[in-house]
Design a protein. Structure first.
Length: 312
């Protein structure tokens, strides 16, 4: 969502730049424009495969439940009747993750916010985004959907890697504990991971594989590894493509059982209007701001999708 903040200053977080008197001069007009731009993209996600569009959507960099309520009620999305799962996180900037879903595709059974305990370089506790874990049914299959926004690379990739590794360990532990009790369930992890498919957090801790032939029952399949291997990406990082936005899942989602949904394909969703058309960042995502100047963009990341199908 790239910093989807409302215009009101929250005294408990560092959101002052996203206020009418802040550095971004974040007015109600700009806020509504961004809401409508995001709604345009979300409305069209997946429609090249299904007219229903996206049924489950994990989001990050959102300030609170209000911005999600404004988003799902906006002119481009109101007819979808998206429901919301959201918890406030302890992140210092006040950004959270959330889940939007349509009840015809996903029946939510329960949800929880899972803390990621971090230690900074000085040995002090560091606040970050919680993991959102939602249990529900897709058709007759049980899914545990984990929505993530892992710690950033600010300060250097190597110096901050241990923080993302910790977020990965929390997911790995969650998946193991769930699958020990419910081996037929699918653990599906999505989000802005601030790591690429080839990084240690993904290949060694999550154990996400790119080759179906290598999968064991406790591995994750990462369909976006192939995209990354061919030079595709979802964001500009250090003036090159990075693929931080991923959806990975345990092998149960690959099983083609009669009457059940199973994995069909993945996609990085990028349309011309979502990209910069000139200059140094041509073809990269058209972001909301260029510095502190409103850029009339959408997000600094392209969204990613997977499709689950159930043959008639």
């Amino acid at each position: 969502m790239e910093n989807l903040f409302d215009t009101v200053d929250d005294s408990l977080t560092f959101d002052e730049e996203f206020t009418p008197t802040g550095l971004k001069v974040w007015t109600e007009e700009k806020y509504q424009d961004k809401i409508n731009r995001l709604g345009t993209v979300i409305r069209d996600l997946g429609k090249d495969v299904t007219p229903d569009g996206v049924g489950i959507l994990g989001v990050s960099e959102i300030e609170n439940i209000k911005v999600l309520e404004d988003l799902v009620r906006s002119k481009n999305l109101s007819e979808r009747n998206y429901k919301i799962v959201h918890y406030d996180s302890p992140d210092a900037r006040g950004v959270d993750v959330g889940l939007l879903y349509r009840e015809k595709f996903f029946a939510v059974l329960s949800s929880q916010s899972v803390r990621v305990d971090l230690i900074d370089e000085d040995g002090k506790p560091k606040k970050t985004r919680d993991i959102l874990l939602v249990k529900g049914l897709i058709g007759d299959k049980k899914y545990y959907v984990s929505v993530n926004h892992w710690p950033s690379r600010r300060g250097g990739e190597k110096l901050t890697a241990k923080q993302r590794n910790q977020a990965a360990r929390v997911n790995r532990q969650l998946a193991d504990s769930i699958l020990n009790i419910e081996p037929d369930a699918t653990y599906l992890m999505m989000g802005d991971l601030n790591d690429n498919p080839s990084d240690y957090s993904m290949t060694k801790i999550i154990q996400a594989k790119k080759d179906l032939k290598e999968l064991t029952s406790r591995d994750f399949y990462n369909p976006f590894y192939k995209n990354y291997s061919t030079g595709e990406g979802t964001l500009a990082h250090d003036d090159a493509w990075g693929l931080f936005d991923q959806i990975v899942f345990t092998p149960n989602a690959l099983q083609k059982n009669p009457g059940s949904f199973y994995y069909y394909k993945n996609q990085i969703y990028r349309k011309d209007f979502m990209m910069e058309t000139s200059g140094h960042y041509r073809n990269f995502p058209k972001r909301t701001f260029s510095g502190d100047i409103y850029n009339y963009g959408y997000s600094d990341h392209f969204p990613v999708l997977i499709y689950l199908i159930r043959p008639d």
